[in-house]
Design a protein around this ligand. Structure first.
Ligand SMILES: [Zn+2]
Ligand SMILES: [Zn+2]
Length: 351
C-alpha cells in the first residue's frame, strides 16, 4: 500500500509503502479511485488555524497526530470485507462519509456523528484517501452515488455536504430572496450548483479574484461583485435590494464576516462556513437590535449526505470544474490550492 503522509507540518508529503491492511469485524477495504483535495487539508498540513490577532489554534491541540494520511473526499472500490461487513459487495464503488464519530454517544446515535466530541474523521483523525487503499470501519459510511461521475461525487463528501448543510440553514429564505455568497472558490461554485438543485432564487457572488468571479458567472451566479471595491456594500445593495436577508460566507476571514454582518438587514441571517481565519469586533447591541442570526456551519450528517445524493440524482446537476491529477502530484497540488491557483476542485487518483 502506498500512502502520502504529512510527517512534518508544511513540508512535502512523504511517500510510505506498507503492507496492505486486511479488514476485520465490520471493516471494509477500498481501493481509492478518486480523492478530492480540500481547503481544510491546507490547515491540517500547515498544522494551524489563524484565530486573528496573532493567535493560532494548533491542529495538534484538536487531537490530530502525525504522520497522517490526509484525504477526506473519497470514492473507492470495495476490494475486501471483514466477516461482519454486510450491505456492500466486492467491486462496488462507493462514496465515503468521512465525518465519523465514536458511534456510541447520544449525538452519534441520533445521527449527528459530525458533532461527536470524540471524532474519528477519515483523513484527519484516521488515515484518509491520499493513498491507493483506504480502510472504512463500517459499511454504513459507504454511499451509492450511482449516476454521478466519480470525480464529481468525491467532493460531495466534504465540499458538497458542507455547502448543503450551510444552505439548508436558511430554510425558505432561499426560494424568496437572492442569497449573497462571499467566496467563489470550490465551495462557492459547488453552492451555486446545489442552490439551483434546491430551487433557490439564485446568488450574488462576491470575490476579490477576477477569474473566480468569471467562473461564478459561468456557473449561474445572478451577478458578481469585486469584494475589493471600495463601494462593495453599495454595489451589492444595488443588485440585491436594500434589505439583504441571507449571506453565506465561504471565506471566513475577519473582513468577510464583517462584510456579512454589515450587509444584513434587520432579522437577517449570516452563515459562516470558511476557515480562512481572523477575528471580528461586533458591537453586542447589534445582535438584538438587528435581530441578527450569526451561525457557523461545519460539514453535515450522514443522513444529510444521503439527502444530497438523492437531490442531485433527481435534479440534473451542473458539474463543477474538476482537474484530475495523479496522486503523486499531491504536494504540488496543496501548494497550488494554497496559492489560489485552483479553479473548482483538484481530484487525485492513484497511478
Ligand atoms: Zn474538506
Ligand atoms: Zn459520538
Amino acid at each position: 500500500m502506498r500512502s502520502f503522509q504529512v510527517c512534518e507540518c508544511g513540508a512535502p508529503l512523504q511517500l510510505r509503502e506498507s503492507a496492505t491492511p486486511q479488514p476485520t469485524g465490520t471493516e471494509v477495504l477500498l481501493q481509492v479511485t478518486a480523492a478530492g483535495l480540500c481547503h481544510s487539508d491546507i490547515h491540517v498540513w500547515e498544522g494551524q488555524y489563524d484565530l486573528g490577532g496573532g493567535k493560532v489554534l494548533r491542529v495538534a491541540d484538536r487531537g490530530v497526530t502525525l504522520p497522517l494520511t490526509m484525504g477526506h473526499e473519497n470514492v473507492g472500490r470495495v476490494v475486501a470485507l471483514g466477516p461482519d461487513a454486510t450491505g456492500v459487495a466486492i467491486g462496488d464503488e462507493r462514496l465515503v462519509y468521512p465525518w465519523i464519530g465514536c458511534g456510541q454517544c447520544a449525538v452519534c446515535l441520533r445521527g449527528d456523528e459530525q458533532l461527536c466530541l470524540k471524532p474519528q474523521s477519515i483523513g484527519i483523525f484516521r488515515p484518509g484517501g491520499f493513498a491507493d487503499h483506504l480502510m472504512i470501519p463500517h459499511p454504513r459510511y459507504l454511499l451509492d452515488f450511482g449516476g454521478i461521475p466519480r470525480e464529481q461525487a468525491a467532493p460531495l463528501a466534504c465540499s458538497g455536504l458542507t455547502t448543503y448543510g450551510a444552505l439548508k440553514k436558511f430554510g425558505g429564505l432561499l426560494k424568496d430572496q437572492p442569497l449573497v455568497m462571499i467566496g467563489a472558490g470550490g465551495l462557492g461554485l459547488m453552492a451555486l450548483s446545489i442552490l439551483r438543485a434546491m430551487q433557490g432564487r439564485g446568488a450574488i457572488v462576491v470575490d476579490i479574484d477576477e477569474n473566480k468571479r468569471a467562473a461564478a458567472l459561468r456557473h449561474g451566479a445572478l451577478a458578481v461583485v469585486d469584494g475589493g471595491a471600495p463601494d462593495v456594500i453599495e454595489q451589492i445593495r444595488a443588485l440585491a435590494g436594500e434589505r439583504i436577508w441571507a449571506v453565506v460566507d465561504f471565506v471566513g476571514a475577519g473582513s468577510t464576516v464583517k462584510l456579512g454582518t454589515d450587509l444584513l438587514t434587520k432579522g437577517g441571517h449570516l452563515v459562516v462556513v470558511g476557515l480562512f481565519g481572523g477575528e471580528i469586533t461586533l458591537p453586542t447591541p447589534f445582535l438584538p437590535m438587528r435581530a441578527m442570526t450569526l451561525q457557523g456551519s461545519y460539514t453535515g450528517s450522514l443522513p444529510e449526505l444521503n439527502e444530497l445524493l438523492a437531490l442531485l440524482r433527481a435534479t440534473p446537476m451542473t458539474y463543477l470544474p474538476v482537474e484530475k491529477r495523479s496522486l503523486d502530484a499531491v504536494t504540488q497540488s496543496l501548494h497550488d490550492l494554497r496559492d489560489g491557483h485552483v479553479i473548482g476542485r483538484v481530484v487525485l487518483t492513484p497511478n
